[in-house]
Design a protein around this ligand. Structure first.
Ligand code: GSH
Length: 215
């Protein structure tokens, strides 16, 4: 069988989700590192986002679709449970994280510190201050969500967890979200356990390259 090629970046949370899925399933894969908006992405993703996948004659975009494909195309362990309830709860959490939590905690809050639009002027304080009340609420909600079973969906490790962990990796490092995270005991315990998984450790993003000096 052809080796899956993940086209994206080791620093991208959504690329990391697909890489972690491969690691969990023991799939050999190639990561082709590209910049945001690269032609290799545009060739597959209509909006040029990463990651995209090439596998034989299959070309796919959107991390959830890519992982669903890999989960079914390759043998167990399965990241999406086969029972209707487990599958739906996994889907539910992937959707909540992708539509709400990623938008708030990564695209808005984190990017106010390190996003492509932050220049030499430093963090975007107005955005950070505006977003923090809702960001704190989201962190508290996640704390409740993992309190019972120690997993996001059901009683086992699924794609829902794979999809959340790369976000937690960033938000626990940042000043305001780090304080909110540290005050969420269930979420801290959840992260401390799940972050020891080889799939997580083997996909830790490399340090950020230094910004180029303006002349
Ligand atoms: N819904 C997409 C989102 C992918 C996404 O937003 N990727 C980010 C990098 S982590 C990206 O390509 N951003 C560039 C952009 O939005 O133009 C997925 O699940 O794959």
């Amino acid at each position: 069988m052809a080796t899956p090629e993940i086209i994206g970046s080791a620093r991208s949370t959504y690329t990391r989700v697909v890489r972690m899925a491969c690691e969990e399933k023991g799939i050999d894969y190639i990561l082709t590192e590209v910049m945001l908006g690269a032609p290799e992405l545009r060739a597959i993703h209509p909006f040029g986002k990463m990651p995209v996948l090439r596998h034989g004659d299959v070309a796919l975009c959107e991390s959830k679709a890519i992982v669903t494909y890999l989960d079914r195309a390759f043998p167990a362990p399965m990241l999406i449970p086969s029972d209707p309830r487990g599958a739906a709860e996994t889907e539910q959490w992937v959707s909540l994280v992708n539509t709400e939590i990623d938008r708030m905690l990564i695209r808005t809050y984190l990017f106010a510190y390190i996003g492509p639009k932050t220049g030499d002027g430093g963090p975007d304080r107005a955005t950070i201050d505006a977003v923090m009340p809702a960001a704190r609420d989201q962190i508290e909600m996640l704390d409740h969500a993992v309190a019972n079973s120690g997993y996001l969906a059901g009683n086992c490790f699924t794609l829902a967890d794979v999809n959340l962990l790369p976000i937690l990796y960033w938000i626990r490092q940042m000043p305001e979200s780090g304080v909110a995270f540290a005050a969420a005991p269930n979420l801290v315990a959840y992260y401390d356990r799940r972050a020891t998984r080889p799939s997580f450790v083997r996909t830790i993003p490399p340090p950020r390259p230094p910004r180029r000096q303006a002349n």
